[in-house]
Design a protein around this ligand. Sequence first.
Ligand code: PBG
Ligand code: ZN
Length: 273
Amino acid sequence: MPGNYQLSVDQLVVEAKEAESLGVAGIILFGLPESKDPEGSGAYDADGIVQRAIRAVKQEVDDLLVIADTCLCEYTSHGHCGHVVDGDVDNDATLDLLAQTAVSQARAGADVIAPSDMMDGRIEAIRIALDDSGFEKLPILSYAAKYASIFYGPFREAAESAPQFGDRRSYQMDPANQREAMREIQLDIDEGADIIMVKPAMPYLDVVFRAKQEFDLPIAAYQVSGEYSMIVAAARNGWLDLDRAMTESLTSIKRAGADLILTYFAKTMASRL
Ligand code: PBG
Ligand code: ZN
């Protein structure tokens, strides 16, 4: 993935300080454990890579929101976002593991918990677990409308999280469906989400727009790895002006109604604003 690297905790602190100094409001952390297992135990290890990363950034950087991506796929040997039983992701067996992950991230000092797995009922399970552990005030940013998208490819390569069998279509959404996204968002709001996210962004601007019209919560949009990589690749080939393509793409996401944008262009864009 062009210009993006796996970082150690000390490198992350340097990166986070630079982002902060450029005016980036926050970062989201994804972890790569030293070893993976079928249960994804690295995700909810009190001393896991993301837990250590959160502690380091919160300790050394003053003014940066630290969002923890809450999922299992970077930690499971099979690469799925949940607990696999007989070759299938078991939705309900996954909820407890996600709740444990969220609580361990909260204990490490995360400012926001961001579940990206798309299991049914996980917002409620995580909310209850956070409340029971004394984190009643910690907000949940739900990846509420997350499509089964080809545009995640560069991320999966960078994060070594591609599913080892099958695909994610049993839990991520069908790209053809718009109204289903509204149902998914409503369910997550009913379960206690504080911010809802649409992912990817540019191929789903209709979903961002409609979500903004229909729901009275902050709307986030995630310009994913494939969206970013397409623009960078075109620029490297001399086909597009990088700055203008970046700015126009982010402006279109904002215009559609996003209150927050997650983007790999964050540092570059912030330096232009
Ligand atoms: C899965 C997850 C995905 C991304 C981050 N976490 C999607 C997937 O692999 O199905 C993609 C992010 C990107 O492409 O930038 N929990
Ligand atoms: Zn996942």
